[in-house]
Design a protein around this ligand. Structure first.
Ligand SMILES: O=P(O)(O)OC[C@H]1O[C@H](O)[C@H](O)[C@@H](O)[C@@H]1O
Length: 293
């Protein structure tokens, strides 16, 4: 049976999605709604991202799972709706993208998406922009999201940003997040009060919602039960968010769903990005899964 490497098809509720496969049987899916990756599978067909059992695939609701794009505002840090608005917009496929400069990923299993500020967007955020998102499957099955934002306006603008992957884990109480030891973070459950993390690794036994500042490029999620480590590599985004809601009520999340995911986000929040007219900002998130003991 022939496996199409690029497929554009209808997903849940008729929303359009793109499926990209490679010859090793790995794949990912992206919905044009939100420009949102909703699935990423390894060569064994195992799903590496989490999708809520109660996810609502109905605009204007955001899809609870996969990798939402949060732009031009992270969370409630400004006047816009929480997490900005591109996760609630329809993106397009960019047929002939301008080449990604100095791209070190010579992958062909990829898709280029694009969104431009609409007239309605300009009413709530008066800055013309183009956001280009390339999603690519690498030779070792890693997934890379390259974001490029261009200021197409005549004046500078500021934005905050995050990519919000919901990583699938065996059991939230069996994992730890490494790489943030000794760093300062803003506790988002305590009005963004600043603390220093003195723990060697983050473990989870209640709700946790932290914005880590000045973080290294690599963060690891060690899943002891699965004997796998998810490696989160980021460029151009100095902050990182770690979130799990635990038993806090989230309407589009199943009761036990919190046990099966952790969100580790690449973010640019504490110091907003300033973009001059005609200039482009670029950020990369690369995720991979490696064996661990
Ligand atoms: O419910 P949402 O708007 O999708 O936000 C979901 C979560 O996103 C981030 O991880 C924030 O740190 C959390 O404070 C927030 O609850």
């Amino acid at each position: 049976r022939e496996h199409r490497l690029f497929e554009r098809t209808k997903g849940i509720n008729g929303l359009e999605k793109i499926i990209i496969r490679d010859r090793q049987g790995r794949s990912f899916e992206v919905y044009l709604y939100g420009g949102q990756v909703t699935s990423w599978k390894n060569e064994k067909g195992e799903e590496l991202l989490f999708m809520s059992s109660k996810a609502i695939f109905k605009p204007p609701k955001a899809i609870r799972g996969g990798i939402p794009v949060l732009f031009p505002q992270y969370s409630n840090t400004g006047p816009l709706p929480s997490h900005g608005f591109v996760r609630n917009r329809f993106w397009k496929i960019e047929a002939h993208p301008i080449p990604v400069p100095s791209s070190h990923h010579s992958s062909s299993a990829l898709v280029d998406l694009i969104i431009r500020s609409s007239q309605d967007d300009l009413k709530i955020w008066p800055h013309k922009f183009i956001y280009r998102l390339r999603v690519a499957l690498g030779h070792r099955g890693d997934l890379t999201l390259t974001s490029r934002v261009t200021n197409t306006d005549v004046k500078p603008f500021n934005f905050t940003f995050a990519l919000h992957p919901y990583f699938s884990v065996s059991d939230i109480s069996q994992i730890q997040v490494e790489g943030l030891h000794g760093l300062n973070y803003l506790d988002q459950q305590k009005n963004r009060t600043r603390f220093t993390d003195h723990d060697k690794a983050i473990t989870f036994n209640s709700q946790l919602d932290r914005l880590y500042l000045n973080t290294p490029n690599k963060i690891r999620i060690v899943d002891h039960k699965k004997r796998k480590t998810i490696v989160v590599h980021k460029e151009g985004q100095i902050d990182a968010v770690v979130w799990n809601p635990w038993e806090k009520k989230v309407s589009d999340l199943g009761v036990e769903d919190y046990r099966r995911f952790v969100a580790v986000e690449s973010a640019a929040v504490h110091k907003p990005i300033i973009l001059e007219p005609g200039k482009e900002w670029k950020g990369i998130l690369q995720v991979s899964v490696v064996p661990s003991s």
